[in-house]
Design a protein around this ligand. Structure first.
Ligand code: AP5
Ligand code: MG
Length: 218
């Protein structure tokens, strides 16, 4: 049996990591692990982890490593060793990347590819301003300005939609700043390892997906 792909989807807030992860997960039969979705799931349940994460998330700051790393690594390492996965939103700083790298290497399952979705800041702001999330499955949806959202339901599961607190303009600007300062240094780290693939992400969802599939097949 061939092993599944071990993939990181990398990019700024609103780059389309969650959107592309859903398409790739279905097409390539991969487990999708999103750190942000996991924190929001805990927040919805009102767990201590969710409440702790909330204060950082709503400001647009990273949740501390001592809260984040163990919970994500536990998910990753629970996947069978030949199973593929998509990491979405993790790693997000050099320490997270280092710990992940060592943990995977110790189990002989290094990352195959890190896909960097490059999107202009104006497009990020535009997308996040119109983003609504499913209350149940967390799928992102785009709603046009002035469109009535009252009866909008999730395309995938039919549950209601809401806007994330951290999509308020001040938090979005802070998230972009944190991404530029703390997360982009990882690009050099993955480039040196020869696993980084750059994808222009300003195109339509389908076009970006085709570009990713072409890169993965080559
Ligand atoms: P997280 O949930 O990971 O948020 P993020 O990285 O800021 O990214 P987003 O989820 O906002 O964007 P996305 O790239 O998934 O875009 P999407 O597909 O939704 O993290 C949230 C917070 O949790 C962090 O700020 C931090 O506090 C904490 N956290 C998470 N991970 C952490 C970690 N490792 N360490 C510490 N803290 C952590 O698309 C956006 C919108 O655009 C949608 O409406 C979508 O429909 C639309 N869209 C997507 N693609 C296209 C396209 N090609 N064309 C047009 N529209 C598109
Ligand atoms: Mg996301």
């Amino acid at each position: 049996m061939t092993k599944g792909l071990r993939l990181v989807l990398f990019g700024p807030p609103g780059a389309g990591k969650g959107t592309q992860a859903q398409l790739l997960r279905e097409r390539l039969n991969l487990t999708h692990i999103s750190s942000g979705d996991l924190f929001r799931h805990h927040l919805g349940l009102g767990t201590p982890l969710g409440l702790r994460a909330k204060e950082y998330m709503n400001r647009g700051d990273l949740v501390p490593d001592e809260v984040t790393i163990d919970i994500i690594l536990e998910k990753v390492m629970s996947i069978p060793s030949d199973g593929g996965f998509i990491l979405d939103g993790f790693p997000r700083n050099p320490n997270q990347a280092d710990v992940l790298d060592k943990k995977l290497a110790a189990d002989s399952r290094d990352l195959d590819v890190v896909v960097h979705l490059k999107v202009s800041e104006s497009e990020l702001l535009n997308r996040l301003g119109g983003r609504y999330i499913c209350r149940d499955c967390q799928s992102p949806h785009s709603i046009g300005e002035g469109e009535d959202t009252t009866d909008k339901k999730c395309d995938r599961c039919g549950a209601g939609l809401y806007q994330r607190d951290d999509d308020a303009p001040a938090a979005v600007m802070k998230r972009i700043e944190v991404y530029n300062e703390e997360t982009t240094p990882l690009l050099g780290f993955y480039q040196q390892r020869g696993v980084l693939v750059e994808i222009p992400g300003d195109h339509s969802v389908d076009r970006v997906n085709k570009l990713i599939m072409t890169a993965l097949n080559s």
